[in-house]
Design a protein around this ligand. Structure first.
Ligand code: FES
Length: 108
């Protein structure tokens, strides 16, 4: 049986001064999967260089996994994946790399 694939576009920067680049990954779609699980899957199976925050509460409490999902700021660990979505770093914080921002620094 063919599994339905989701299209995940990630807007990435290797360094804050680099131009943003969109990268598309195809991953198996499952409505019970969270955005964080999708990122873990992409990291494990497609691109080990993808940077995102992953080791925190994993229960939608701490806010460490914040990411922009189709322009909305969401907790990756408690937001269900969609068949097509664009992930970007949260705006208003200094970028570290890819989807990681410095949430403690609000100077930008
Ligand atoms: S890891 Fe704490 S809210 Fe997502």
């Amino acid at each position: 049986m063919n599994q339905k694939l989701a299209t995940i576009e990630i807007i990435r920067r290797n360094a804050p001064s680099d131009p943003a680049q969109a990268q598309v990954f195809m991953v198996p779609y499952a409505p019970e999967k969270t955005v964080l699980q999708v990122l873990l899957e992409i990291h494990a199976r497609h691109d080990r260089s993808l940077a995102f925050r992953r080791i925190r509460c994993n229960r939608g409490v701490c806010g460490a996994c914040l990411v922009a999902v189709d322009g909305r700021v969401e907790r990756a660990c408690s937001t269900p994946m969609a068949e097509r979505m664009t992930l970007e770093p949260v705006r208003g914080f200094p970028l570290v790399k890819d989807l990681v921002v410095d949430l403690l620094d609000t100077r930008t």
